[in-house]
Design a protein around this ligand. Structure first.
Ligand code: AMP
Ligand code: MG
Length: 348
C-alpha cells in the first residue's frame, strides 16, 4: 500500500494540506497524525471496517479497545449515555489535553472500538494539527499510538514512518510530541473516578479538581487483580534489548548496575545503561544514555520512548535502567518503563 506523507508546520498550519488526510478519514482510510501525547493512528470511529484497518496495521490484539478522539464537546454527547457532573468538570478543566475519560457508550459506538465493553474511552487532544484534522474529517476519530504493537510509542514523525510506512494510507509529519507519554485513562462510570492508566494528567492534578481519585488496584501490583483497562495487560513499549530496572537508594543502585554490567559482560553480552543527568558521570564503560534530570519529569517523560528506540540502533542486548520515584509524572514514567522491562525490577 502506498503511504501518502504530508509535512505540516504546527506553528503555521496550512489548512489546505489537511484536506486530503481529512478526506481519507471520512472515506474510511487510516491517517497517522501528531498529538501532544504521542503520534496516533486514526480512523473513523463509527465505521467498523475502518477501525479494523487500525488493528491490522498495528498488529494490535482485537480485545484492546481504542480511544475515540473528538474536536468539540458536541461530538461527545452522541457517544455516551450520560455525562455525569464530575465528568463534565474534568472535561471543562482538562480538555483539550492528555486526559481520556471512560463512560457508558451508546449504540452508535461499534463494539470493534471497545473490545466488546459497554463503555467507551474519549479524549479531546490539544495538539492543533490533531484538532483541525478531526474537525475537518467531521467524524470522531479512533486513534491508538501510531506504532507496531509492543514497540515503544512514537514521539517523533520518524518513528511513525519507520513503523507504519506502507501499512497506512497517510502519515502527517509534525514536530516531536510535548508530553511524550500517553494520556491518563480515567474511569468515570462510578462515584469515585479510577485511574486505569497513569499519564500526562497526574493523580494529584485530578484530585485537586475532582476530590478523591482511586488508582486501579491492578496497577498498584495487587496480587491476582486483573486490570480494568484491557490494554494494560499486554507487554508494551519494549526495545529489542532486555530491560532490567534497578530500584533503591542512589549509591546502591549505581553499585548494583555496575555489578550486573560486569556479570553480563562476562557472559559476552553487550550492555547499555539508562540513567539520569545526576548519575551520568558515575558510569564509565558501555553504551550510556540519560533520559534527563530527575528534577524535570516533564523532560524525562518527553524523552523516554525516543531513548528506548535509540537503543534499537545500537548492538546492546541488555539495558540496565535506574528507577524513578513514583510521584507526579513519575507514576506514568515508571508505568511505561516497568512494562518496557517486562516487569523485571530488581530491588536493592
Ligand atoms: P492506546 O490507544 O494504545 O493509547 O491504548 C488505549 C488505552 O485505553 C488502553 O490501555 C485501553 O485498554 C484503554 N481503554 C480504551 N477504551 C477503554 C474502555 N472502554 N475501558 C477501559 N479502558 C479502555
Ligand atoms: Mg499504544
Amino acid at each position: 500500500m502506498k503511504t501518502y506523507i504530508i509535512e505540516i508546520d504546527e506553528e503555521n498550519i496550512e489548512e489546505k494540506k489537511l484536506e486530503k488526510p481529512a478526506a481519507i478519514l471520512s472515506a474510511g482510510g487510516t491517517v497517522a497524525f501528531p498529538t501532544e501525547t504521542v503520534y496516533g493512528l486514526g480512523a473513523n470511529a463509527l465505521e467498523p471496517k475502518a477501525v479494523k484497518k487500525i488493528f491490522e496495521a498495528k498488529g494490535r490484539p482485537s480485545d484492546n479497545p481504542l480511544i475515540v478522539h473528538v474536536a468539540k464537546m458536541q461530538g461527545v454527547e452522541k457517544l455516551v449515555k450520560e455525562i455525569p457532573p464530575k465528568a463534565l468538570m474534568a472535561m471543562e478543566k482538562f480538555w483539550p489535553g492528555p486526559l481520556t475519560i471512560v463512560l457508558e457508550k451508546t449504540d452508535l459506538v461499534p463494539k470493534e472500538i471497545t473490545g466488546g465493553l459497554n463503555t467507551v474511552a474519549i479524549r479531546m487532544p490539544s495538539h492543533p494539527i490533531a484538532l483541525k484534522l478531526i474537525e475537518k474529517a467531521q467524524v470522531p476519530v479512533a486513534a491508538p499510538s501510531a506504532n507496531i504493537s509492543g514497540k515503544p510509542s512514537p514521539t517523533k514523525a520518524d518513528h511513525v514512518v519507520q513503523d507504519l510506512s506502507g501499512r497506512v494510507d497517510a502519515i502527517i509529519q509534525g514536530n516531536s510530541c510535548d508530553v511524550g507519554v500517553e494520556s491518563t485513562v480515567l474511569d468515570m462510570t462510578g462515584d469515585i473516578p479510577i485511574i486505569l492508566r497513569p499519564g500526562g494528567i497526574t493523580k494529584e492534578m485530578l484530585e485537586a479538581v475532582l476530590g478523591k481519585v482511586e488508582v486501579d488496584a491492578a496497577l498498584e501490583g495487587a496480587e491476582g487483580a486483573v486490570p480494568k483497562s484491557p490494554g494494560m495487560k499486554y507487554t508494551h513499549y519494549a526495545p529489542k534489548a532486555e530491560v532490567y530496572i534497578v530500584k533503591g537508594k542512589e549509591e546502591d543502585t549505581i553499585e548494583e548496575i555496575k555489578r550486573l554490567q560486569k556479570q553480563y559482560k562476562a557472559q559476552g553480552k553487550k550492555v547499555g545503561i539508562l540513567c539520569f543527568d545526576e548519575t551520568y558521570s558515575k558510569y564509565d564503560e558501555g553504551t550510556l544514555k540519560t533520559i534527563g534530570s530527575r528534577e524535570n519529569l516533564k523532560v524525562v517523560a518527553a524523552n523516554l520512548f525516543k531513548i528506548l528506540r535509540e537503543f534499537d540502533d545500537t548492538e546492546v542486548e541488555i539495558i540496565l535502567a535506574e528507577a524513578i520515584e513514583e510521584i507526579d509524572l513519575g507514576q506514568a514514567i515508571m508505568n511505561r518503563l516497568v512494562k518496557a522491562a517486562g516487569y523485571r525490577v530488581i530491588h536493592v
